[in-house]
Design a binder for this molecule. Structure first.
Ligand code: KIV
Length: 265
C-alpha cells in the first residue's frame, strides 16, 4: 500500500477528493484507522484532555507528543502522521526547529501542526526550508484558550474574518503545506479553502466547504463525555468501532459529514 505524503494530500485537493482525518494516540487505533480508510492521523495535543484528563491542552509536554507519535507511526501502512507541537514548544523559530525535528525523528511524524497566525510566518519559513512540512492551525486555538476566554466560534464579523483570511494567506506564502480551520463560520471556511488553491484545508466545526474534516477520535466514538456540537457520535449507529470509523471515512468522502447542523453561521 502506498504511504500518503503531503504531496498526495495536495493531489487529493486538486482532484476534489475529500480528506478524512481523525486524531489518534496509540498503535492499536492507528492500525484500525489506517485499515478503515482514514487519510491523516493527527496526534493531537487534545490528548491532554481526552487521555490525561486535564481541562485544557496546556499541560501537554513535547515528550508526551513524541511518545504518542512514535506509537501511532509504528505499524501503519498508508495514513500520513501529523504531530501537534504542544504549548510553548514553538515560541521562537529556533526552538520550533529543534522541537519539530524531535517530533519527526523520534516520533515519526511526517508533518507538524502549529497554532497561530501571521506571527508564525518566520517559523513556518524556517521549518519549511529545513524540510519540515508545516500544517497551520487557525480559528479557535485551544492553546490560547486563556486569551480567547472560552471555546467559541472565531472569525464572526468582517474584521475577524478578514484577519483569519490574511493569516491564512501569509502562512501559505511562508510555506505552510496544509491548514486546519477550527470553529469558524462555514462561509468563511469555504472562502479560505477556495483561496488557498494548492494547500488542503481540513475543517473541524468549519462546515462542509473544506477539503477535508478532522474530529477528535473519542468525540466521534461518543466516549469523551462532552462532545461538541460540530461532532457526531458515529458509534451510536454501529456495533463495532471499525464500522463507525469506516462510516466516518465514507461520510467525509461523500460530503455527507459535516451536515448543516454541525456547522456555524
Ligand atoms: O489536538 C487536536 O486534537 C486538534 C484538533 C482539534 C484539530 O488540534
Amino acid at each position: 500500500m502506498t504511504k500518503l505524503s503531503v504531496a498526495s494530500l495536495q493531489a487529493m485537493k486538486r482532484a476534489g477528493e475529500r480528506i478524512a482525518c481523525l486524531t489518534c494516540y496509540d498503535a492499536s487505533f492507528a492500525r484500525l484507522l489506517d485499515e478503515s480508510g482514514i487519510d491523516v492521523l493527527l496526534v493531537g495535543d487534545s490528548l491532554g484532555m481526552v487521555l490525561q484528563g486535564w481541562e485544557t491542552t496546556l499541560k501537554v509536554k513535547l515528550a508526551d507528543m513524541i511518545y504518542h507519535c512514535s506509537h501511532v507511526s509504528r505499524g501503519i501502512e498508508r495514513a500520513l502522521v501529523l504531530g501537534d507541537m504542544p504549548f510553548m514548544s514553538y515560541a521562537s523559530p529556533s526552538q520550533a526547529l529543534h522541537n519539530a525535528a524531535r517530533l519527526m525523528s523520534e516520533g515519526g511524524a511526517q508533518a507538524v501542526k502549529l497554532e497561530g497566525g501571521a506571527w508564525l510566518a518566520e517559523t513556518v519559513r524556517l521549518l519549511s526550508e529545513r524540510g519540515v512540512p508545516v500544517c497551520a492551525h487557525l480559528g479557535l486555538l485551544p492553546q490560547s484558550i486563556h486569551k480567547l476566554g472560552g471555546y467559541r466560534v472565531q472569525g464572526r464579523g468582517a474584521e475577524a474574518a478578514a484577519q483569519i483570511q490574511e493569516d491564512a494567506r501569509i502562512l501559505k506564502e511562508a510555506g505552510a503545506v496544509m491548514l486546519v480551520l477550527e470553529c469558524v463560520p462555514r462561509t468563511l471556511a469555504a472562502e479560505i479553502t477556495a483561496a488557498l488553491e494548492e494547500i488542503p484545508v481540513i475543517g473541524i466545526g468549519a462546515g462542509s466547504g473544506c477539503d477535508g474534516q478532522v474530529l477528535v477520535l473519542y468525540d466521534m466514538l461518543g466516549i469523551s463525555g462532552k462532545s461538541p456540537k460540530f461532532s457526531k457520535d458515529f458509534l451510536a449507529s454501529h456495533t463495532t468501532i471499525k464500522a463507525a470509523i469506516e462510516d466516518y471515512a465514507r461520510s467525509v468522502k461523500a460530503g455527507e459529514f459535516p451536515a448543516q447542523e454541525h456547522g456555524f453561521d
